[in-house]
Design a protein around this ligand. Sequence first.
Ligand SMILES: [Zn+2]
Length: 107
Amino acid sequence: MFCPNCKYEYKEGILICPDCGEKLVDKLIEEPKLNFDTVELCDVEDEIQAQFLIFLLSENSIECFLRENFLPHSRVVLGEKRKYGTIIVNKQKLEKAEDLIKDIYKK
Ligand SMILES: [Zn+2]
């Protein structure tokens, strides 16, 4: 059983999420299928950076989205060294995307 809010899995027999009170469901709704292969572009420090990069990539017609490393309603970070989130892009446009962010993060 899963909580649709927290995305946590619970043992059989538990019907209500102990964290948020939501009714548990048998299966979480699958994330929509993308029509392109994805690859990680870079980690982001915070929401502002994430939104900026997504705006920039979208402006350059690179399909992208933010994979957040925080579970909803919690401050638990998935994985030790993970930042706020990771920008995922269309694999076929990775090179172009890397060029774009190179210009910004040039040292
Ligand atoms: Zn819950």
